[in-house]
Write a protein that binds this ligand. Structure first.
Ligand SMILES: *Cc1c(COP(=O)(O)O)cnc(C)c1O
Length: 388
């Protein structure tokens, strides 16, 4: 008898989400409208600190809007981590600017602050920190560095809900814009979706207009307002990045469950630490009271690319798959991806830390819908492969 498959990730959605979505569909207003406005207000309230929140249809869209609102364009450089999803860097290319990739810190796998400092040139317009796995970058150091150099900061917080840096929630820090993702495998989901957060009124205004075709009135406002519904003005060639009320209704329920989700993720992470501590592995940096880990990912690294028993990252992944366990790798460093490698002439030697981490890393299943019994199966399979 084969054991049931344990997927790498699974959204935690149930009757409440289904009912909220059904209610929107029954209401007759399914695109951006009252639920989206409510979700934005609830999200801004969750973060606190007087931030504005703009719902979008993906974090990728949000990152694009953020850089566009900062006026980034051809000839500009934006510094980011090589150990991230390609979306972080592709939005820089959307605007005709160039990402500059830096290596990561060996413990946290977050962007190395000294490498960021060394990468700054007269063309540098922005830094995009990525809070890898849900552990915040050293934002105090990065914000000080950016401020001194007159550079803007856009946080890719796709993994970092909710995370803290020096005790402050990511989203409430002094960066220009912070972008969260509600993709299916993130710490909360709307299927597809994202949230852009800023304290800067002029950036919020620009992003609000560019989110919807460069139109200065959204459809719901036109529908509700006393002004004629047919009238609107196009002030820029904008994008189609608005969130639907169907997604927002799901987001409202998920946001209400977020703190419970975090507790469950913390329990699962603690169990992994306890069970895997004696194995020849590098376990992830855990954060602490002032640096709360969101536990989007639990990334283990083999102690060596080839273990004494012949085990490698690839055979470990295969062995777990054979035991009915899904895993993933976060990430193939961007310096190894053909487009980025060839366009910028990047080599693994230029990113020794990320590259060495990549050779040994595996992301284990970590999601709130996972049962204790499933986690015990993962631990047992991993232990057997490492000791085999
Ligand atoms: C998921 C992710 C994104 C993109 O999020 P979408 O909502 O899918 O656009 C960007 N950056 C990182 C680091 C991610 O993990």
């Amino acid at each position: 008898m084969t054991a049931e498959f344990i997927p790498f990730a699974l959204p935690d959605t149930g009757p409440e989400e289904i009912e909220a979505v059904a209610k929107v569909i029954r209401s007759g207003w399914v695109t951006t409208g009252p639920r989206t406005k409510e979700f934005e207000a609830a999200f801004a309230g969750y973060l606190g600190g007087g931030v504005q929140a703009l719902a979008v249809n993906s974090a990728t869209a949000g990152l694009h809007l953020a850089l566009e609102s900062l006026g980034i364009g051809p000839g500009d450089e934006v510094i980011t981590s090589t150990l991230t999803f390609t979306a972080t860097a592709e939005v820089v290319r959307y605007l005709g600017a160039d990402p500059v990739f830096v290596d990561v810190d060996p413990m946290t796998l977050n962007m190395d602050v000294a490498a960021v400092r060394a990468a700054i040139t007269p063309r540098t317009k922005a830094i995009m920190p990525v809070h890898y796995a849900g552990l915040a970058c050293d934002m105090t150091a990065l914000l000080a560095l950016a401020r001194a150099a007159g550079i803007r900061v856009v946080e890719d917080a796709a993994h970092a809900l909710p995370s803290t840096s020096d005790g402050v929630l990511v989203g409430q820090l002094d960066s220009d814009v912070t972008v969260f993702s509600f993709y299916a495998n993130k710490t909360m989901t709307t299927g597809e979706g994202g949230m852009v957060v800023t304290r800067h009124q002029e950036l919020a205004d620009r992003m609000r207009v560019m989110r919807l075709h460069g139109i200065n009135r959204d459809a719901f406002d036109r529908f509700q307002s006393k002004k004629p519904a047919w009238y609107y003005e196009v002030v820029a060639p904008g994008f189609k990045y608005n969130m639907t009320d169907i997604a927002a209704a799901m987001g409202l329920v998920q946001l209400g469950r977020l703190n419970d989700f975090l507790v469950r993720r913390q329990v699962l992470a603690a169990r992994y630490y306890e069970a895997l501590g004696g194995l020849p592995l590098v376990l992830p940096a855990a954060g602490g009271p002032a640096r709360q880990h969101a536990w989007h990912l639990y990334v283990i690294r083999l102690a060596a690319p080839r273990m004494a028993n012949g085990l490698t990252r690839d055979t470990l992944i295969q062995g777990l798959a054979d035991a009915g366990i899904g895993t993933s790798v976060h990430y193939v460093p961007l310096n190894r991806q053909p487009y980025w490698r060839d366009r910028y002439g990047l080599t693994p030697e230029g990113f020794p830390v990320a590259d060495a981490a990549y050779e040994t890393m595996v992301s284990l299943p970590l999601y709130t819908a996972m049962t204790d019994a499933q986690q015990e199966r993962i631990i047992a399979a991993l232990t057997a492969l490492l000791n085999g």
